[in-house]
Design a binder for this molecule. Structure first.
Ligand SMILES: C[S@@+](CC[C@H](N)C(=O)[O-])C[C@H]1O[C@@H](n2cnc3c(N)ncnc32)[C@H](O)[C@@H]1O
Length: 534
């Protein structure tokens, strides 16, 4: 690709007439990494230029077999391409993409010519043809890039992926409305990428650039939002599809509204506690679980307890290890499952000292020296465990990434692998709503403000950290109905991801209703603590 040579040889007015602005290779690489994810057999670039996307795809998908088709209207630019047309897997078609017949592709990648439609020479003949091809009227379309997008989307095969550069402002235009509608209705839009420092990344750009990543998989899922600050950040991104700072539910993107303020609001939320929040300790108390001082003695599985003959009265159902709870909701059935698997989910909790079998197990413990451990030797008698009730919400003590929050419906108590939350009179009836907040992304972020980081990205929460964590106040939590909170619980039993998504939306509702917000912000539905887009 001889970009500098081409630019030196070509008048800027000529380039403008054709909308010839070039994609920097690192951006092309990001986009290529999205479209090649499902090993496409056919790839289309409707505005080939000097072929930066072909090069990027070739570099990533070295060993993969694919056919790459590029349309390019300008014959002159094609003379500057340094790979041969029609060699191997590349076909360059020196024609107008908008006039091309409808063919379907597994992947489409494009930086379309961006120019006002009025400047486009063939505008009179072309529109009716495309309108007929795809069965849609282009009312009020003022930019040719959007017609490229509509046609390209139409040519995407089921399950196909598309990466398209578009001006960010396109989301605010009148004609953009119809495209937004079809992007959402067909569940095509998966991710929007925007850049902070365009001049650094796109030296030639005159508008704010964004990248749309689409997939024709018919899945209704949250749209990822990515903000890239500079070249260095961009170079460190391995797979753009997994790199994002926020997600937004399609329902929160009304097509009638301008999208850029909404997207900015989601991306640039300040990580500071929203107004009106109170401490978790307002609703109850977080305490560490039972510290036995000798878990290997006190934790018993069913077969061992039976073998020893210890009476049921002296055994209490108990979560003794963090991995015994795998899901966000833990029920009595889940507990019974652990019993069936013969996991150590009973704790020796001596109430009846007349039981021979229990006494002989205590003797065995003394012979092994468990009575002389740091904690046991200070207790009287040494085998008396702390008295604890079951807790309806549990918190993981050591966490990687997210703080583990469990809604516990079982009757089991727990060892120190979990902290226990005991609600007071204020917390008792809003446990499910609290749970919704605690598993939501925002709740997690706010709670993480209090965490202590241990080696290897392991976060530790002390009960104090959690008691001091900020939560929505009573009134704010009441913006969530009991039925909505119950729905999250039901979802959380089997589908953690979905439960978190629904929780995110419910908590967004709280954040967007801030009584003290200035009128203009309230009407925009934007959280008042959201920082503006600079
Ligand atoms: C924004 S440039 C992008 C070039 C290249 N894909 C890149 O990203 O660097 C758009 C290219 O589309 C070409 N072009 C303009 N109108 C076209 C049309 N109707 N059909 C096909 N190509 C067109 C221009 O000549 C230009 O090379």
């Amino acid at each position: 690709m001889h970009e500098s040579e081409y630019i030196a040889d070509t008048a800027i007015s000529y380039r403008k007439d054709y909308g010839q602005f070039f994609t920097p290779p690192p951006v092309a690489h990001l986009m290529a990494s999205w479209i090649i994810r499902d090993n496409p057999k056919t790839i289309l670039d409707p505005a080939f230029g000097l072929g930066v996307f072909f090069e990027a795809v070739k570099n990533i998908a070295l060993d993969k077999k694919f056919k790459f088709v590029g349309y390019e209207i300008d014959e002159k630019i094609l003379n500057y391409i340094n790979f041969k047309n029609n060699t191997n897997n590349l076909e360059i078609i020196n024609e107008d993409f908008l006039e091309s017949p409808i063919r379907y592709y597994d992947a489409i990648i494009c930086n379309p010519p961006y120019m006002r439609f009025q400047k486009f020479l063939k505008r009179h003949n072309i529109l009716p043809i495309i309108e007929k091809q795809i069965g849609k009227k282009f009312l009020g379309y003022s930019n040719i890039a959007s017609i490229f997008l509509v046609k390209a989307l139409h040519q995407l095969k089921p399950n196909g992926r598309l990466a398209f550069i578009m001006p960010f402002e396109f989301f605010n235009t009148g004609y953009g409305k119809e495209i937004k509608r079809s992007l959402l209705e067909k569940h095509l839009l998966k991710q929007i990428v925007i850049f902070s420092n365009e001049k650094d990344i796109f030296p030639e750009a005159t508008t704010t650039v964004s990248i749309l990543l689409c997939r024709y998989d018919k899945k209704n899922e949250p749209i990822k939002l990515t903000f890239i600050s500079d070249k260095t950040e961009m170079k460190n991104i391995n797979s753009i599809g997994d790199y994002f700072q926020a997600t937004i539910h399609p329902n929160d993107l009304p097509v009638e509204k301008k999208w850029t303020p909404i997207i900015n609001a989601y991306l640039f939320k300040e990580e500071k506690t929203p107004d009106g929040f109170c401490l978790l300790s307002y609703y109850g108390k977080v305490m560490r679980g039972i510290a036995t001082g000798a878990n290997e003695f006190f934790a018993l599985n069913k077969s061992r307890a039976d073998e020893l003959g210890i009476v049921d009265e002296n055994l209490t159902k108990c979560i003794t290890k963090s991995q015994q709870i795998k899901k966000l909701v833990f029920t009595e059935e889940d507990f019974n499952e652990l019993v069936k698997l013969d996991k150590p989910v009973f704790c020796l909790n001596v109430k009846n000292l007349n039981d021979e079998a229990t006494l002989s197990y205590i003797n065995y413990g003394e012979r092994k020296g468990y009575n002389n451990r740091y904690l046991t030797k200070n207790r009287s008698p040494w085998f008396k465990v702390e008295h604890r009730r079951r807790a309806p919400i549990l918190f993981g003590v050591f966490n990687r990434g997210r703080l583990k929050v469990v809604r516990n419906y079982s009757s089991a108590i727990n060892f120190t692998c979990y902290h226990s939350f005991y609600p007071n009179i204020f917390g008792m009836n809003i446990l499910n709503k609290l749970f919704v907040y605690l598993i939501s992304d925002i709740g997690q972020k706010i709670i993480q403000l209090n965490k202590r980081i241990y080696g290897d990205k392991l976060d530790k929460f002390e009960p104090r950290d959690l008691n001091d964590a900020k939560c929505p106040n009573f009134e704010q939590l009441n913006l969530i109905t009991d039925a909505e909170a119950n729905e999250v619980i039901e979802l959380a039993k089997n589908d953690e991801k979905r439960a978190i998504e629904v929780s995110n939306r419910l908590i967004e509702r709280i954040l967007n209703v801030q009584q003290s917000a200035p009128a203009d912000r309230q009407s925009a539905g934007v959280h008042p603590l959201v920082a503006g887009f600079h």
